[in-house]
Design a binder for this molecule. Structure first.
Ligand SMILES: [Zn+2]
Length: 242
């Protein structure tokens, strides 16, 4: 199992962006120390869990649940399917919240911001200095009231995991404990979220499912082969404790 590199989260300075040499772009100038309160929207969502959980129970529980709007899911999957040979990716845009009654934390992914000017290769995707600065400007312009809740990228024919480089990138550019990483495998049509545990640890081999926000519609748009939809046989709270 890969472990997190021993690197402190680095604040990124937009004035002096130099992504490739270690002086970095500040992505979240208005950091919020605590999430805003909002009821967790479980009743408006389908609960998707990985089919095979065997051998992955030893990891600590994730610090939060991920909710993804159908619009954002479709956008991410369309981008993932647009290039089956090279990695593509981008940012996940939304909000970080806590339920006012339970205190349970969650993020809602409302949209995606595809990366521009990336250097693409079959084995890796690099968010270059130019791409991060351009994306930051777009993000501020289009989503002034949103938060950068994480990033996504594809692994054509490689499976759903975080490479050592991915883990480094996540630790350095998405250092908030609530920021998540989504990996999509467009050939196998699989995907999963990487979410830090309560101790801040991120297991690069263990992906989690998510809640598909359907806003009361009974149609799902999720089609990943490695996920199954949990039915409402159990109350949500009990199901979570299993
Ligand atoms: Zn990767």
């Amino acid at each position: 199992m890969l472990s997190l590199p021993h690197l402190a989260p680095i604040k990124i300075d937009l004035e002096h962006p130099n992504l490739m040499t270690g002086t970095q772009v500040r992505l979240n100038p208005q950091e919020t120390p605590m999430p805003r309160l909002e009821p967790i929207p479980r009743s408006q969502a389908f609960d998707w869990r990985p089919l095979a959980e065997d051998g992955r129970q030893a990891s600590p529980a994730p610090i939060l649940s991920v909710f993804m709007a159908q619009y954002a899911y479709v956008r991410a999957c369309a981008h993932a399917g647009s290039d089956l040979d090279n990695e593509v990716g981008g940012w996940l845009v939304g909000k970080w919240r806590a339920d006012p009654h339970t205190g349970e934390q969650f993020v809602v992914i409302e949209s995606t911001l595809p990366a521009v000017h990336t250097r693409q290769g079959s084995a890796y995707l690099t968010f270059t200095q130019d791409s991060q600065v351009a994306m930051h400007a777009l993000f501020e312009e289009r989503y002034p009231d949103s938060e950068l809740v994480g990033w996504y990228h594809t692994h054509p024919r490689m499976g759903v995991f975080l490479s050592e480089y991915d883990t480094w990138l996540h630790a350095n550019f998405f250092p908030e404990i609530w920021q998540v990483a989504l990996v999509i495998e467009p050939h196998a049509v699989t995907g999963g979220f990487f979410i830090r545990g309560v101790n801040g640890f991120l297991d690069p081999r263990r992906y989690f499912g998510f809640y598909e926000l359907n806003h009361g519609d009974d149609r799902s748009v999720v089609h990943w082969n490695n996920m199954q939809r949990r039915t409402a046989a159990l109350p949500a709270k009990e199901a979570d404790e299993l």
